[in-house]
Design a protein around this ligand. Structure first.
Ligand SMILES: NC(=O)c1ccc[n+]([C@@H]2O[C@H](COP(=O)([O-])OP(=O)(O)OC[C@H]3O[C@@H](n4cnc5c(N)ncnc54)[C@H](O)[C@@H]3O)[C@@H](O)[C@H]2O)c1
Length: 409
């Protein structure tokens, strides 16, 4: 198997892929990270000849086949474009793009590049999602007409160490993250399993202000975005973006004309597959509850990888596409569509649930319409400040008490 030379940009999330890269015969030849502490933590796990950079342009001048973009959530597109223009394959963490103008720019560049672009979306590859795809593809559920995706990630707002660790300063992206923007883990599995593409979106927020005395600098008091999409195959999806109600978990449900399948909340990988009493396939029961298993050849590598094996399959699929010159399943169209749903769902929330059409970034007229749409709720590394609110309560900001508690040593 040909060795793939990869560079990692951003070592917080980036470091969690090291084992899967090794297992898939990748060689980490370069790393770009400004935080020296993170470099020290992983140095022993990396090859002796790995070269470390703090500047992106010097980093991508180093010889490599591909780059894993695991830098800040909202700053992937400009770096993806620079790699694609240099013919370096890109595996980008979520989200692909933080504005519609970036979606347009990414699509235009990826279309014209010989290098491959893939979103590093791992949740579709979790064991139960792969099994639900197998069942839906098998056809016994009939036509899939409705699906739900829930990525629910509450946190203990009084756990100061945890809050400071993932939201280290006020302008960090997580403190300005609208609930609809971190959508890939709830929506991508639905698109992957069904093959449907959202065409129209509308959304509403659930708002519940954080405790007045907890240590936080968050500018978002929404705890969920409830998002509905109308899709290319006539189906409807309902997803949460990244929500924060009790209790932690991610769950998916696919409803067909003959039956439905879902992973059971709080029950590990357990699936419930049910059929209409008059449409039960041979050798099945009306109600089937079971835990699927990996294929023999994937079991060990998947079991050791993060996110229920998802991280391993992301690397394996991306490397296979490079080795075999095939198209990634989560290409720029898939990735830009996810970002557009996230962005326009938030716009819908800010405009009283107004529905928006999702642009087709392969269409010239849609690209023209959005090429200058730079509206964003984030603070960027170059000093660009938010141009829209990040929360449904548009003037919400951390209280003085919260700020003092966050800064207390
Ligand atoms: N798919 C998943 O399951 C999953 C899980 C966690 C994070 N993520 C994604 O990973 C990405 C990173 O998130 P994170 O949790 O690691 O936190 P983070 O965004 O705080 O960390 C980003 C890292 O990139 C480095 N960085 C950013 N710009 C840089 C530059 N110009 N030069 C050098 N270094 C730079 C920072 O120093 C930092 O260490 C985000 O896109 C996030 O959505 C995905």
């Amino acid at each position: 198997m040909e060795t793939i030379k990869i560079g990692i940009f951003g070592l917080r999330r980036g470091a969690t892929f090291i084992d899967s890269i090794k297992v898939c015969n990748g060689e980490i030849v370069a790393v770009c990270e400004r935080d020296e502490k993170l470099i020290a933590e992983v140095k022993n796990d990396l090859p002796k000849n790995t070269v470390f950079f703090t500047d992106f342009d010097s980093f991508i001048a180093h010889p490599m086949d591909c780059v894993l973009l695991a830098n800040f959530f909202h700053e992937h597109t400009p770096y993806a474009i620079r790699c694609l223009e240099k013919g370096i394959h890109v595996l980008s963490e979520c989200t692909a793009s933080s504005t519609l103008a970036e979606c347009v720019a990414l699509a235009r560049t990826a279309r014209n590049s010989n290098a491959k672009y893939m979103l590093a979306e791992n949740y579709p590859f979790m064991l139960f999602n792969q099994e639900m795809k197998r069942i839906c593809d098998g056809g016994t559920l009939g036509k899939i007409v409705y699906a739900e995706g829930e990525y629910n990630h509450p946190m203990d707002w009084y756990d100061t160490a945890a809050v400071r660790s993932i939201r280290p300063y006020e302008t960090h992206w997580r403190n300005y993250l609208p609930r609809s923007y971190y959508i890939t883990h709830s929506l991508a599995p639905l698109m992957y399993v069904t093959g449907a593409r959202p065409l129209r979106v509308s959304a509403m927020a659930i708002n519940d202000p954080l405790p007045a005395d907890c240590p936080t600098l968050s500018h978002v008091s929404d705890i969920a975005a409830i998002i509905t999409t109308q899709n290319s195959d006539g189906s409807v999806f309902k997803v949460t973006g990244c929500s924060a109600f009790g209790a932690h978990g991610n769950s998916y449900r696919f409803c067909g004309t003959n039956g439905q399948i879902e992973n059971l909340r709080g029950m590990g990988d357990t699936l419930m597959l049910r059929y209409n009493a008059w449409q039960v396939p041979e050798e099945m029961k009306e109600v089937n509850c079971y835990v699927p298993d990996w294929n023999e050849e994937d079991r060990e590598d998947a079991a050791h990888a993060g996110h229920g094996g998802g991280d391993y399959f992301v690397i394996r699929h991306f490397f296979d596409c490079i080795r075999n010159d095939t198209d990634p399943c989560f290409d720029y169209r898939f990735a830009a569509c996810l970002s557009a749903v996230a962005i326009l769902a938030h716009r819908s929330i800010l405009h009283g649930c107004q529905p928006f059409d999702i642009p087709d970034f392969d269409k010239d007229e849609d690209c023209k319409k959005y090429e200058n749409d730079t509206l964003s709720p984030f603070c960027y590394s170059d000093g660009t400040m938010p141009t829209i609110p990040c929360c449904s309560v548009v003037d919400y900001a951390p209280t003085e008490e919260q700020t003092v508690a966050f800064n207390k040593v």
